[in-house]
Design a binder for this molecule. Structure first.
Ligand code: PRP
Length: 173
């Protein structure tokens, strides 16, 4: 079923994950992070990056989907909210991909209302050509073109999330 060359190999992914973790460790030195994975897509990147970050952290998750999302409001369905209180804490949102930016824009506003000490965004993939809202990204693994990517957490109809590399969908089916 899987054929063709990966868009990003396991080695490229792991190298970049470690570089991002080094930047995060340096920027947050002396602080404690509340790392928040945005599920489902971020599960693999989240699990990879947290093990290389060298500052203390708590972890938590948001499970969200875009099925009630409209282009005008960017409203999301929150399937599971955070268990942690974010007030006064250094929150780092961790995503697999920023596409239109609507998901992170919505979540960022939601978290900011809860008064964190700081809020930063880390995404493994940044698909800038598709952006609909202007959102500042603090840490990005790779900028990618407007191709349908799967693997490393990214899905097509919930499949392919478990691939350890990233592929262009039409090249693997
Ligand atoms: C995907 C991805 C991001 C979002 C990015 O999630 O994981 O959360 O889309 O797109 P955007 O920038 O256009 O908002 P999706 O809602 O498909 O759910 P999933 O994480 O369960 O795959």
């Amino acid at each position: 079923m899987i054929k063709g060359k990966p868009f990003l190999t396991v080695e490229q992914i792991q190298t970049r994950v470690k570089e991002l973790a080094e930047s995060i460790s340096s920027d947050y030195e002396g602080k404690e992070i509340l790392a928040v994975g945005i599920l489902k897509g971020a599960f693999m990147f989240f699990a990879d990056i947290v093990r290389y970050v060298q500052v203390p952290m708590d972890i938590d998750f948001l499970i969200v989907s875009s099925y009630v999302r409209t282009q005008s409001s960017g409203e999301m369905k929150i399937h599971a909210d955070l268990r942690e209180n974010v007030s006064g804490r250094h929150v780092l949102l961790i995503e697999d991909i920023v596409d239109t930016g609507l998901t992170l824009n919505y979540l960022k506003n939601m978290i900011l209302k809860r008064n964190p000490a700081s809020l930063k965004i880390c995404t493994f993939l940044d698909k800038k050509p598709r952006r609909k809202v202007d959102i500042h990204i603090d840490y990005a693994g790779y900028e990618v073109p407007d191709k349908y990517l799967v693997g490393y957490g990214l899905d097509y109809e919930n499949k392919f999330r478990n691939l350890p590399y990233i592929a262009v969908f039409k090249e693997i089916t």
